[in-house]
Design a protein around this ligand. Sequence first.
Ligand code: NI
Length: 251
Amino acid sequence: MIIDTHAHYDDEQFDEDREEILGKMQDAGIGMIMDAGSTILSWDKIVKLTEEYPFVYGAIGVHPDEVGNLDETQFARMERLLDKEKIKAVGEIGLDYYYDFSPRELQQFWFRQQLRLAESVNKPVIIHSRDASQETFDIIKSSPVRRGVIHCYSGAWQMAKDYVDMGFFIGVGGVVTFSNAKKLVEVVDKIPIEKILIETDSPYLAPNPNRGKRNDSRNLQFVVEKIAEIKKLSPEDVAKITFDNAKSLFF
Ligand code: NI
């Protein structure tokens, strides 16, 4: 069985056939799915999915692109939603200096606030970081949070090691199958398998051979096979170990 530790089935790209796709997961060996919050509007959809599907769990948070919509009222609502049994993490939160959809100071402010919230409700975090590796690392390091995953990790292996040493997991998805993924292949090679989580970021980032198409969790087999090849393990072992890793973090 495989856990998809990061997906967005709340996304409108699944509006036409969400039920059909999610209905195929268990036969495809997908045992659990963590649906990560991105916008404030995603929260209620995620809670509903966790109520409808026994194998779907959720994270509640605001993506750095979206923090312009966050205020104290919504932040208080976020805290209440984190009380729910099937909401297992705060995420995805972090910094995105690639798109810069929100002013950087505002991104940093709400990133710190959400880290603090994770600490106070005692739940792990799901971190999004793009073109802001050092700033993300510094903010996490200066916080008390030491449980979480660096989702869709894209940095250098030395920083991955620093995260692992601090107690974090490294999230690996479809990008590892791309032909230009040298840096990520090196990270996967050097980081212990016990510190890797697998994820899709569905509907985005479909692995080869389905690159460019809408992604869903069934494509994780290609990610598992690629990691197995890099780590010289069987795909079954990669699935089992990463499943246990995710359970130890979220459950
Ligand atoms: Ni995501």
